[in-house]
Design a protein around this ligand. Sequence first.
Ligand SMILES: Cc1cc2nc3c(=O)[nH]c(=O)nc-3n(C[C@H](O)[C@H](O)[C@H](O)COP(=O)(O)OP(=O)(O)OC[C@H]3O[C@@H](n4cnc5c(N)ncnc54)[C@H](O)[C@@H]3O)c2cc1C
Ligand code: SF4
Ligand code: SF4
Length: 282
Amino acid sequence: MASRDVLVIGGGIAGMQASLDLAEMGIRVRLVEKNPSIGGKMAQLDKTFPTNDCAICIQSPKLVEVGRHPYIDVLAYSEVIGFSGSIGDFRVTVHRKPRYVDAAKCTACGACAEKCPTLVPNEFNFGLNNRKAIYKDFPQGIPSVYTIDPVHCKLLSGGKCGVCAKVCQAKAVDYTQKPYDEEFVVAAVIIATGYELFDASQITEYGYGRLPNVVSSLEMERLLNASGPTRGHLMRPSTIRAKTRLEQIEKQLKKAERSGDAPLLESLLREQQRLQEHVHKY
Ligand SMILES: Cc1cc2nc3c(=O)[nH]c(=O)nc-3n(C[C@H](O)[C@H](O)[C@H](O)COP(=O)(O)OP(=O)(O)OC[C@H]3O[C@@H](n4cnc5c(N)ncnc54)[C@H](O)[C@@H]3O)c2cc1C
Ligand code: SF4
Ligand code: SF4
């Protein structure tokens, strides 16, 4: 018998709602999302028109519903790489990227991220703060699993570390995971890949990308958001960066003091003094 299954590409609010509607009709859905979690742009918004409710408060119950629905398979951190067939009988190949964390064991406790020494600009917050090399893109993200970013992880990029595996009590970290491809036969495909932000630096008179405190509307959403880089306190990006650098200097100073590196100590103290004098102006 031909498959009645449906493949949905894109785990934003549109793909999530389409999946739920189909699943409620008894149709099995494979929901493919390229990011580590489903949620899309709505998860980044602060409050939403028309009710002015907190976006994630509206979306969170739906995220859980999608994650738990027996008729929905969430294939996050995955992309469609092969496609053939016609209506009623499509063959789709989905590329599954390794998280280097066993999704069945991870409890999303966050102990690994707390101890990970590697800081990476947080793309969910447009680089306005940092995340760790082992991370969850946002707390309510589904699947509720941590992921190692292999480009920035010290160990996976050829260096030494392994801290996350040592602190993970669930023994979920698995540096040996490999990518693999899965094939699905589906009757229909819904493409709900949403939108990408326009590159505002193309309108040069606005100064976006040139002036540090010109932000896009989605960056503004993150700046206003209680779970954003400033916990919702409105700050200019240059102030955030200066404060972040001051925090880094504090840590580097302690290291330099311990190792007795006098020239480094002096240059760090000079930078610290300069930033402290001017931080309110940035
Ligand atoms: C600043 C701002 C404020 C807004 N405020 C409001 C508001 O107040 N009220 C309102 O109703 N709307 C608002 N919107 C609009 C709202 O954000 C969008 O309409 C909605 O989020 C779009 O959802 P979507 O699922 O279509 O797309 P997206 O949220 O873009 O989701 C698409 C998903 O598909 C994934 N994807 C993309 N390509 C692939 C691929 N090849 N393979 C697998 N996955 C892929 C993406 O990673 C993403 O998760 C606002 C938008 C902005 C920018
Ligand atoms: S990988 Fe381990 S330490 Fe990290 S969140 Fe998952 S269970 Fe917790
Ligand atoms: S192994 Fe990689 S992800 Fe794990 S703690 Fe070290 S740098 Fe972080």
